[in-house]
Ligand binder design. Structure first.
Ligand SMILES: Cc1cc2nc3c(=O)[nH]c(=O)nc-3n(C[C@H](O)[C@H](O)[C@H](O)COP(=O)(O)OP(=O)(O)OC[C@H]3O[C@@H](n4cnc5c(N)ncnc54)[C@H](O)[C@@H]3O)c2cc1C
Ligand code: FES
Length: 270
């Protein structure tokens, strides 16, 4: 019988610093593993527990995958202490991904705040690898300061194919691989002209959602053209334990990606 809690033990192939507070882990992929933007895995370490972490790697790479982890507590702290060659448990991928295919019919606006760039990165890879199949794409990305910028090694390639705009809440005046504005991510809406009639994918903290959605509604976006990824404390990850309930939804199974049309009437959703 299928056991939804069964983990596969995989080896850590590479560990790199990603920004000043996160580490990028390259892990060997279990059999038949697929990466889709917005989906997550439960990563486990005996004696520490499990944590949901978003997939952030190129979906076309099949034998390995990447997770970018910020140290927040027990599990993520223990992950940060691991070395190449150590092993971790993985189950998943779980959850409803961003509908990246929509970008083949409609222009896309991706808005990321902080760690929110991670779940959007597989969609960005997919678009970059198959650029001619997708319409126009803009990325608005906000980070705290230069040290918090994620995936800086991607920016040169990104800039060639995607309209990338970055802003820093409190710049420290350090050199960056791409010119950055100052202010929270919503300030970009005041300076950058959006492509025509885009669909928006948002990923960031709840406070960012409040302000970005307000801007998008001022710009006459339909609720059904706004997608966002919710973060909730999770246990089972498979719609059993009720820990991640939002209204009648389970974030682990019905989300984490929802349209604003699905969430807007649920008190406390963002
Ligand atoms: C779908 C999804 C995707 C995610 N993707 C990523 C990712 O790509 N990268 C990443 O770094 N993180 C990601 N996270 C967040 C990550 O899962 C959490 O930071 C992680 O679970 C923390 O686990 P931990 O054991 O290290 O921390 P914990 O020991 O659980 O503590 C984490 C923090 O939460 C506080 N806390 C502990 N228990 C509770 C409680 N019951 N209620 C409220 N607060 C509590 C602690 O004080 C601490 O500040 C994601 C979360 C979700 C839901
Ligand atoms: S984490 Fe258990 S129902 Fe979602």
């Amino acid at each position: 019988m299928h056991n939804p809690y069964q983990t596969t033990t995989v080896k850590i192939l590479k560990i790199e610093d990603e920004g000043s507070r996160s580490k990028l882990f390259t892990l060997e992929a279990p059999r038949d593993f697929t990466v889709r933007s917005g989906q997550f895995v439960e990563i486990s370490l005996p004696g520490y527990g499990e944590a949901p972490i978003s997939l952030c790697s190129d979906p076309s790479v099949k034998n390995k995958f990447e997770l970018c982890v910020r140290k927040a507590g027990m599990v993520t702290g223990a992950l940060h202490a691991l070395k190449v060659g150590d092993k971790v448990g993985v189950r998943g991928p779980y959850g409803r991904p961003f509908p990246a295919e929509i970008g083949k019919q409609r222009n896309l606006l991706l808005v990321a705040g902080g760690l929110g760039l991670e779940p959007l990165r597989p969609a960005i890879w997919e678009i970059m690898k198959n650029r001619e199949q997708y319409k126009k794409v803009q990325i608005f990305y906000g980070a705290c300061d230069e040290n918090d910028l994620l995936f800086t090694k991607d920016y040169d390639e990104l800039k060639k194919k995607i309209d990338l705009h970055i802003t820093l809440d409190k710049p420290k005046g350090l050199q960056t691989p791409v010119a950055c504005g100052t202010g929270v991510v919503t300030t970009l809406f005041d300076h950058v002209k959006l492509y025509e009639n885009p669909v928006a994918f948002l990923c960031g903290p709840p406070v960012m959602y409040k302000f970005v959605i307000k801007k998008l509604k001022e710009l006459a976006f339909l609720d059904s053209d706004i997608y966002l990824s919710l973060e909730r404390r999770m246990h089972c990850g498979v719609g059993v334990c009720n820990h991640c309930a939002v209204g009648s939804f389970f974030v682990c199974q019905d989300g984490p990606v929802f349209s604003w049309a699905e969430l807007k009437d649920i008190k406390g959703a963002i």
